[in-house]
Design a protein around this ligand. Sequence first.
Ligand code: FES
Ligand code: FES
Length: 178
Amino acid sequence: MTKFTVNDRPVQYRMEPDTPLLWALRDASNLTGTKYGCGTGDCGACTVDIDGEAVRSCRISLAQCEGRFVTTIEALSTDRSNPVQQAWVAENLPQCGYCQSGMIMAASVLLRKNRAPSDEQIDAAITNICRCGTYPRIRAAIRRAARIMEGQERIAAAPPPGITPEDAARAVPALRGQ
Ligand code: FES
Ligand code: FES
């Protein structure tokens, strides 16, 4: 049994130690914001923050997470007040949206280390793939999030999407019991 921390809560997964973290997050913890794209470490849809680094959760086992601190997209903020989320909404960034959880997690790790990344530094740090080609808007949103973090720009958190957790659970049975 592996023990570590997910979104500030201690967890113990009764799963095989070589199970990829992605499946524990999605199937055991119901943290489905972290997406499965390729399973080979290439696309970055499954990116989470582990001890302050952007990590492909499809390529790290539960055993490798022992004692570490994992943060998923669900824990960035509950009210869209995280500057990266605010910038993403303000730039109207996603198209299909599938890659965006991983992009946001990679961007938040980058901005914690570098508040003024150049386009070259963004491209080097964000190796995630977007099949919809949102890369120019991702660079713009990262620059905007940096301005928000530095207090150079203010954006009110976008309102929630208008669905309560209870309604969401009725619409999506997998959410029941959260
Ligand atoms: S699903 Fe993990 S990198 Fe693509
Ligand atoms: S928004 Fe569609 S894959 Fe990135």
